[in-house]
Design a protein around this ligand. Structure first.
Ligand SMILES: CC(C)(COP(=O)(O)OP(=O)(O)OC[C@H]1O[C@@H](n2cnc3c(N)ncnc32)[C@H](O)[C@@H]1OP(=O)(O)O)[C@@H](O)C(=O)NCCC(=O)NCCS
Length: 149
């Protein structure tokens, strides 16, 4: 069984989340630090911030939410700390998040966008079952995961 779990960002762990870092060579395709997303969530009330844990260690962070403009649920950002990448945790965290989402929301789809030159994200999401919708929004490739009935 995967030791990966999704948990809330709270008063007790938000600072730890701000210590998570992508690798230096990833900042060109993933420029915003975790603290940016936490700040934005103060004003975008649909943003739900979550920590990704491996046992007791926080190894990643994500934001998701239902866009009030288009009604769709978006995985708004997703990252694994550089020290923990390349070990299969990204794949396990996406699977854990899909399970979490399914258990907590009555939606049949989840969409996301990534920069076209973010090869790691493209490969990870394609393997997890997110198919390209053909949309490009804000220069990002949009993908959609459809939950089985
Ligand atoms: C994308 C990201 C989450 C992957 O996390 P990870 O823990 O390294 O991923 P995994 O080890 O589970 O690998 C899953 C798959 O991703 C792909 N992948 C991971 N790193 C890759 C790389 N550097 N280049 C190409 N593909 C890569 C592989 O297809 C891999 O599958 P495989 O093991 O069957 O070959 C991580 O690189 C990251 O946090 N990047 C910075 C933030 C980001 O770009 N987020 C997504 C944009 S919203």
């Amino acid at each position: 069984m995967s030791q990966i779990r999704i948990d809330d960002i709270t008063r007790d762990n938000w600072f730890e989340a701000t210590r998570l870092r992508v690798r230096d060579d990833q900042t060109a395709v993933y420029p915003c630090p975790v603290v940016y997303w936490i700040a934005e969530s103060m004003f975008e009330s649909h943003y739900r911030t979550k920590a990704i844990y491996l046992g007791e260690a926080m190894i990643g962070f994500l934001v998701y939410g239902q866009d009030p403009d288009d009604g769709r649920y978006w995985l708004i950002t997703f990252m694994i700390d550089g020290q923990h990448q390349g070990k299969g945790y990204g794949k396990q965290a996406i699977a854990a998040f899909l399970e979490y989402f399914r258990a907590n929301h009555d939606a049949d789809r989840l969409v996301l966008g990534h920069r076209p030159d973010n090869a790691a994200a493209a490969a990870l999401y394609a393997k997890a079952g997110f198919r390209e919708t053909g949309e490009i929004i804000g220069g990002e490739v949009i993908r959609c995961y459809t939950f089985a009935k």
